[in-house]
Design a protein around this ligand. Structure first.
Ligand code: PAF
Length: 259
């Protein structure tokens, strides 16, 4: 696997593959990889000829400096996981390189005025900014994003549509731990006990349709979960239920499809 740290090396790698007629699949990440990310690598390997994963903790999408500083890191472990899963290249840029790229700011048509957009002001403009910048240098044909960040996935699709970018955005289902907790790099910040008990979040989502909201809120409260939102939204004809809140000092989000 190629470990690429500069824009120049990345450009050479990408141009060489494009000239050879290869389709590039891209998996942008902030590192501390888990099975959810690896499922995106596998999808990319299935649908594209060459897979590039990026590892970059993007400061502009954190509205809380403390959250940014505490974001887990393990570059060595990430590279090992990418290698054993046959990723072709890992792009690990320095902040100055990303900052040197042109940025974009677009009207997200209200998609950023609900849920995460309200709880984390500026978050989605930060995501759009970095994903646009990464796309401009990776030049992917296809890019893969997890449905755990379902609102983010819609926003990336909106950006691609608005700017008419030549990239297909593919969403992948949420992977869950043994108890139903949605896989996330942030789970590593939960205590063992909290992580083992955190299955109640998924259970609340699953029982939403048949249970009074008050009962669900009580269950969350009694489990030590500080609820930020529990809301239904329609995206492109698909109805989903979303939850966010703080548990054991860690902010967690999850969602399920409602049929
Ligand atoms: O989902 C993430 O990990 C990040 O928001 C992303 C897409 C890598 C942009 O920094």
């Amino acid at each position: 696997m190629n470990v690429i740290r500069t824009l120049k090396e990345l450009h050479q790698f990408v141009i060489e593959k494009k000239q050879a007629g290869k389709e590039i699949g891209f998996v942008p990440t902030m590192g501390f990889l888990h099975e959810g990310h690896i499922s995106l690598i596998h999808l990319s390997k299935k649908y594209a000829d060459v897979t590039i994963a990026s590892i970059y903790i993007n400061p502009s999408q954190f509205n809380d400096l403390n959250d940014f500083n505490k974001y887990p890191k393990n570059e060595e472990g990430d590279l090992r996981l990418l290698r054993v899963n046959f990723c072709d290249a890992a792009f690990i840029p320095e902040r100055a390189q990303i900052d040197s790229l042109q940025k974009v700011s677009i009207d997200l048509g209200g998609l950023d005025m609900i849920m995460e957009g309200i709880c984390r002001p500026g978050h989605f403009q930060g995501v759009v900014e970095v994903v646009y910048r990464l796309f401009s240098v990776v030049m992917p044909d296809k890019a893969f994003f997890g449905e755990k960040d379902f609102q983010q996935l819609q926003i990336i699709k909106k950006m691609v549509e608005t700017l008419k970018l030549p990239v297909e955005i593919i969403g992948a289902p949420i992977l869950r731990e043994f108890n139903g907790l949605a896989m996330s790099s942030r789970n590593s910040r939960l205590s063992k006990k909290a992580r083992d008990n955190a299955g109640f979040i998924y259970e609340v989502l699953k029982s939403f349709v048949n249970t009074e909201r008050q009962i669900l809120e009580k269950r969350l409260f009694e489990s030590g979960f500080t609820l930020e939102y529990l809301e239904k939204h329609d995206f492109g004809g698909q109805r989903r239920l979303f939850i966010a809140g703080v548990y054991d000092g860690v902010r967690l989000i999850d969602n399920i499809e409602l049929n």
